[in-house]
Design a protein around this ligand. Structure first.
Ligand SMILES: Nc1ncnc2c1ncn2[C@@H]1O[C@H](COP(=O)(O)OP(=O)(O)OP(=O)(O)O)[C@@H](O)[C@H]1O
Length: 252
C-alpha cells in the first residue's frame, strides 16, 4: 500500500498529541504522538508490555489518559461531555482481540445488539437488511442463525468484523486482529481488512505483533518504546533500518 494525494488533502481522522498514562510509578505512555490521516491505516508495534493495549484503551475510553489530547475528526475526546463523546464514538469501531461475541446469542442477535443501542427507532426490516449486508461483507451470511460456539476462530473473527462494520464506522481500531489464527486464516483476515478499507474508505489503527499482518495492511508503522514514538516508517523502511533495536524487531 502507498500514500495517495486524496489522503493528504482530507482532514485527519485521529490526532493524538503528548499522550501520557501512568499506573503509580509505572509510566506506561510517556508523551506518545500519532496522526492517522483520512483513509490511512497505521500500525502501532512494540514489545510485549510496551503499552500498546493501554494506548488503544485510552483511545476508546476504557482507560482514562492522564494528559495529552486525542482528537477524532478534530474533536478532543478527553474534553467532551458524555453526549458529544457518545456521538464521536459512533464514528469508531473496535475489533477486540477476544472477539467479544455474546456466547448465548446467535450471530444475528450479536449483530443486532449494537444496532439496537444506536438506532432504537429503526424497523426490523431495516435491521435485517443491515445485518445481512454486514454478513455478506465478511462472506458469512450462511452463519446467521448459528451460535458462536459453532464457529471456527477465523469465522468468529469475521463475525466480529461484521459487528464492527454494522454501524458504518469511519475509523476502525484493530487490537491484535490475527492473534491465535493460523497463517492461512490470518492472511484471509488481512485480505478482509483491506476489502473493508476499500469498500468503506475507513481509517484504522492496527495494534499487532504479527509482522505479516502489518506488512499486508498498514500504510505506516509506528514503533512504541518506553512510552514514546521510537521511530516510524513503511514496512520496507523499517525492515532495512540500521538501528539495532528496529533491526532486531524486524529481522529476528
Ligand atoms: N489496569 C492496569 N493497572 C496497572 N498497570 C497496568 C494496567 N494495565 C496495564 N498495566 C501495565 O501497563 C504496562 C503495559 O501493558 P500493556 O498491556 O499495554 O502492554 P502491551 O504492549 O499491550 O503488551 P502485550 O503485547 O503483551 O499485550 C504493563 O507494565 C502493565 O502491567
Amino acid at each position: 500500500m502507498s500514500y495517495n494525494t486524496t489522503k493528504d488533502i482530507l482532514p485527519h481522522a485521529i490526532e493524538i498529541t503528548e499522550l501520557k498514562k501512568s499506573f503509580g510509578n509505572n509510566h506506561v505512555i510517556n508523551g506518545f504522538n500519532l496522526t492517522v490521516k483520512s483513509q490511512e491505516n497505521v500500525a502501532v508495534l512494540g514489545q510485549s508490555g510496551s503499552g500498546k493495549s493501554v494506548f488503544i484503551k485510552c483511545v476508546i475510553g476504557l482507560v482514562k489518559a492522564d494528559s495529552g489530547s486525542i482528537k477524532v475528526f478534530g474533536k478532543d475526546i478527553l474534553k467532551l461531555k458524555q453526549a458529544e463523546l457518545d456521538q464521536v464514538r459512533t464514528k469508531m469501531g473496535f475489533l477486540f482481540q477476544s472477539n467479544a461475541l455474546y456466547d448465548s446469542m446467535t450471530v444475528r442477535e450479536n449483530l443486532e445488539f449494537p444496532l439496537r443501542r444506536l438506532r432504537m427507532n429503526q424497523s426490523q426490516k431495516e435491521t435485517d437488511k443491515q445485518v445481512e449486508e454486514a454478513l455478506e461483507d465478511v462472506g458469512l451470511l450462511n452463519t446467521i442463525d448459528l451460535m458462536p460456539a459453532e464457529l471456527s476462530g477465523g469465522m468468529k473473527k469475521r463475525i466480529s468484523i461484521a459487528r464492527t462494520l454494522i454501524n458504518r464506522p469511519q475509523i476502525i481500531l484493530y487490537d491484535e486482529p490475527t492473534t491465535g489464527l493460523d497463517p492461512i486464516t490470518s492472511r484471509e483476515i488481512n485480505e478482509l481488512m483491506n476489502q473493508v478499507h476499500e469498500k468503506y474508505k475507513t481509517s484504522s489503527i492496527i495494534i499487532s505483533h504479527d509482522l505479516s499482518c502489518i506488512h499486508r495492511t498498514a500504510d505506516r508503522i509506528i514503533l512504541l518504546k518506553d512510552g514514546i514514538n521510537y521511530t516510524e516508517g513503511s514496512f520496507d523502511q523499517l525492515k532495512t533500518s540500521t538501528d539495532p533495536w528496529v533491526n532486531a524487531f524486524f529481522n529476528t
